[in-house]
Design a binder for this molecule. Structure first.
Ligand code: PHE
Ligand code: ZN
Length: 867
């Protein structure tokens, strides 16, 4: 019998909790398979209704219940719906004691208390705490926590939880204990516990007001030397939040623990962040520049949550973007200040387009503040995070940096210590800025779909007047009653000499609006949506030559970059139709020449040049196709790269060889830009016929002294299907097989290999001893990359790619539904793929949805794909 569709949770049905927990004292008797949890809570009623006390609890063995010290038996433990209902509890405040047992080792969901290798750790956002003990497990229930951890002293010398350590000692039988107290009230999702025989590094930080904070980063023994970049990043984050937002850290100790088995990137538990080891561990030899950059940003992100997330948290999970959109905006600003602002902005927009725009146009499209969900874990999305950050950025653009800061100050003044809604954030922004009217702006929170923006202009020579017309509209999947957005559109007018003659932020509020610029002495070129001020899809009346002009002159680096993308995208979309019609392909000569000009331009820095050499990805092109032609898209991209590379091989080679890497290894933006440029040049060169540049790539691979070059060259060898490929893969494996983070990269480059061998290769790699399907990073590196980024092989006409991913999803769903559900995103193109592929994909989707005992996680995504 097929299980019923899971219940839909609705924001409109929000009700305050019937009971609140004021304090909770936890005692853990840690054991790998039989951990005893004792919980003692003070509980009080929060409603006048005659409501029973309903606690959440999942996979828990209930041992005993006491109220006010007396055994209590008037309860019902329903393991189907995961609740413990206590009837006729006392009217006033009372103490509730519960004992239960859990099995951390058997817990492969990586939610609640589990083991990552030999380390005990926890993950409680959003609803993991109910896998530890029975609780009112929702973010508007905030309590003071203390934790006593009892464990074997040899196996688990380090015992950590939130807050400050207040007691410790030895116990009989080789055991010891540590007691932790967190002075701040918090929701259960921020609770954490760690125990193990961990390595660590320590440092201190002095806050502006002169308090000393102990900083500690924990990891598997032997990895201590790889924690220094994370530590430096943490200190920079602490300083930055003081400087930019006046926010200081509030406890005496800040701890970070790196674990290999983790569902997400990292978690902001109060005073005790738990991280996926991929976002902590790095050294020159084993980590790429991208890894170093990502570590700095994720360390910052989790640190910034201490104020935006922890001190002020979410009332309910529909408010998730309240903390995530804001904290992503903060980490992006941090990265911009620590590195190159223009590179950071371009990278984050590229990321937004690749993932969020695709999501927002597909079957799981949702607003940044959804109105319903089945499984909240499915809503940790690019939309909530990245589009959410764009919405915050627009608020800053509308209010100015100082006005935004005043709004942040007001937000903390009004709501510190509370669990609030996105409306409360907007309210603070408004009252701190002369009651700025956000009424229409709030449409960004409730409407899904990427808005479309059109810009046209008319120049009136006689009156020296430029009229710019902006028109907004909605995509097909927007709500039927969608209302126009209030959007800040940053615009520049550029004169024939390449200099700005006007520049300003326009506020578009109506479907279409004219903006008049006076005293414009000659017809300018318009540069619209500078710095990507609104997260929209822009079309303009600019000609091909106008775009080439922007490519050369725009003072806004984002739009200078963008102009090249617009030109390339247009050409490539036409070429895809040509390829589909089996016409010969020919690349526009003007574009080839303009590309060469960028390569030869000595006034632009390496990082920007490397970015400008990036031509639109297959995924970006797919978004623009009514029917997706995977092989044609790939063939066109290869053709364009090969044509550009063949035409410009001399300058590309010069770029490659002129950057000398002999000196000291540095991680500054300049050095990172240089390495990126070298790899980008090599990647293009490898497309040129013949072996010459493939040999160059193999040399670069063999002589690499850092992972950026080593994996960069390896991926070039694989993409160009070079004859050195097998040898390079093998030597890389031999060198790195004991380092799982490096093996994840090795798996990924093979998972995205475009030739037909990728499929058999994946089957073989799954059997390799380095692979372990209970570690999400490894699953994502292999199957996740295959389904998301190897579109040609995943969409193989035989249907074998679909079957493989469906099989693995169903196997994984029994272990870890979150990982299984994220693999389903590979199927999201369903409605736009050619009929013969649909005929292969549909039976796999049907097979999944009809599976008995399917998780809500997978059910929700697959049912939306099939709808
Ligand atoms: N709250 C985490 C973050 O964004 C993400 C996360 C969600 C981690 C759920 C684990 C589980 O920083
Ligand atoms: Zn976050």
């Amino acid at each position: 019998m097929k299980t019923d569709a899971p219940k839909v949770i609705k924001l409109s049905e929000y009700k305050q909790p019937d009971y609140l927990v004021e304090t909770i004292d936890l005692t853990f008797h840690l054991d790998s398979t039989k951990t005893l949890v004792q919980s003692k809570m003070t509980v009080s009623k929060n409603t006048t209704d005659a409501a029973p006390l309903v606690l959440n609890g999942e996979e828990l063995i209930l041992k005993s219940v006491k109220i006010n010290g007396e055994a209590f038996t008037d309860y019902k433990h329903d393991e189907e719906v995961h609740t413990l209902t206590l009837n006729r509890v006392p009217a006033g405040s009372f103490t509730l004691e519960i004992e239960n047992e859990i099995n951390p080792e058997a817990n492969k969901t990586l939610d609640g208390l589990y083991k990552s290798g030999t380390i005990f750790c926890t993950q409680n956002e959003p609803e993991g705490f109910r896998r530890i003990t029975f609780y009112v497990d929702r973010p508007d229930n905030m309590a003071k926590f203390t934790t006593k951890i009892i464990a074997d002293k040899k196996l688990y010398p380090i015992l950590l939880s939130n807050g400050n350590p207040i007691a410790k000692g030895d116990l009989d039988g080789g055991k010891h204990f540590v007691t932790w107290e967190d002075p701040f009230k918090k929701p259960s999702y921020l609770y954490a516990l760690v125990a193990g025989d961990l390595g660590f590094i320590k440092d201190t930080y002095k806050t502006t007001s002169g308090r000393n904070v102990a900083l500690e980063i924990y990891c598997d023994k032997g990895n201590e030397d790889k924690c220094h970049h994370a530590m430096e990043s943490l200190k920079k984050s602490m300083k930055w939040d003081e400087d930019r937002f006046g926010l200081e850290y509030d406890l005496d100790i800040y701890m970070i623990v790196a674990v290999d088995a983790f569902n997400m990137g990292a978690m902001e538990n109060k005073g005790l962040n738990i991280f996926n080891s991929a976002y902590v561990l790095a050294d020159q030899k084993s980590a790429t520049d991208g890894n170093f950059y990502g570590i700095e940003s994720v360390i910052g992100h989790e640190y910034f949550h201490n104020w935006t997330g922890n001190r002020i948290t979410c009332r309910d999970w529909f408010q998730l973007t309240l903390k995530e959109g804001l904290t992503v905006f903060r980490d992006q600003e941090f990265s911009a200040d620590m590195n190159s602002r223009s590179v950071e902005r371009i990278q984050s927009v590229l990321g937004l387009r690749a993932s969020q725009f695709a999501e927002d146009a597909g079957p799981t499209s949702h607003p940044i503040k959804p109105a319903t969900y089945m499984e909240i874990n499915n809503f940790y999305t690019a939309t909530i995070y990245e589009k959410g950050a764009e919405v915050i950025r627009m608020i800053q653009t509308l209010l100015g940096v100082d006005g935004f800061r005043r709004g942040m100050d007001k937000y903390f003044e009004l709501f510190d210590g509370q669990a609030v809604r996105t409306e409360d954030f907007i309210h603070a922004m408004s009252v701190a800025n002369d009651n700025f009217d956000f009424t229409q702006f709030k449409n960004w929170y409730g409407q899904n779909g990427t808005p479309l923006l059109k810009s046209t202009s008319k120049y009136d020579e006689a009156n020296k007047r430029l009229t710019l017309t902006l028109t907004q509209s909605f995509p097909a999947n927007a709500p039927k009653d969608a209302k126009p957005y209030h959007m800040p559109v940053r615009v520049g007018l550029i004169g024939a000499d390449g200099k700005d003659v006007a520049s300003k932020v326009l506020e578009l509020k109506t479907p279409t609006q004219d903006f008049v610029f006076e005293n414009i002495s000659s017809k300018p070129i318009t540069s619209v949506n500078r710095d990507f001020s609104a997260p929209v899809k822009l079309t303009t009346d600019l000609s091909f030559d106008d775009q080439l002009f922007l490519m050369a002159h725009d003072s806004d680096s984002f739009n200078r970059f963008e102009a090249a993308q617009v030109v390339a995208q247009k050409l490539m979309l036409d070429l895809i139709q040509d390829a589909h019609a089996k016409k010969p392909l020919e690349l526009n000569a003007k574009y080839v020449a303009a590309f060469g000009k960028v390569l030869a331009d000595t006034t632009i820095d390496e990082a920007f040049k490397a970015l400008s050499m990036t031509i639109p990805s297959e995924g970006i092109l797919h978004q623009e196709l009514a029917e997706i032609y995977y092989p044609e898209t790939e063939a066109v991209r290869d053709f364009v790269m090969k044509t550009l590379a063949t035409a410009h091989q001399d300058i590309l080679l010069k770029l490659f060889t002129s950057i000398d890497q002999k000196g000291e290894y540095k991680l500054d933006p300049k050095a990172m830009g240089q390495r990126d440029l070298k790899i980008k040049a090599l990647n293009l060169l490898s497309m040129v016929d013949g072996d010459k540049y493939k040999t160059l790539a193999f040399d670069h691979f063999k002589s690499a002294t850092n992972m950026t070059d080593e994996i960069g060259a390896l991926s070039v060898l694989i993409n160009s299907n070079s004859s050195f490929k097998a040898e390079a893969l093998k030597s890389f494996y031999t060198k790195w097989k004991s380092e799982t983070l490096v093996m994840q990269k090795w798996l990924s480059v093979q998972a995205v290999a475009s030739d037909d061998s990728a499929y058999d290769n994946i089957l073989a790699l799954e059997k390799d001893s380095i692979y372990d399907r209970t570690i999400p990073n490894l699953v994502r590196a292999l199957l996740g990359q295959f389904a998301a980024n190897n579109k040609v092989q995943f969409n193989h006409p035989s249907g074998r790619g679909y079957k493989l991913v469906a099989d693995r999803m169903l196997e994984l769903d029994k272990l870890n539904p979150q990982v299984a559900s994220r693999l389903a995103s590979g199927f999201k193109d369903y409605s736009r793929i050619p009929k013969d592929l649909q005929a292969k994909m549909k039976p796999e989707l049907d097979r999944i949805i009809k599976t008995d005992g399917l998780s809500k996680n997978v059910y929700e995504i697959v049912s939306k794909i099939l709808a």
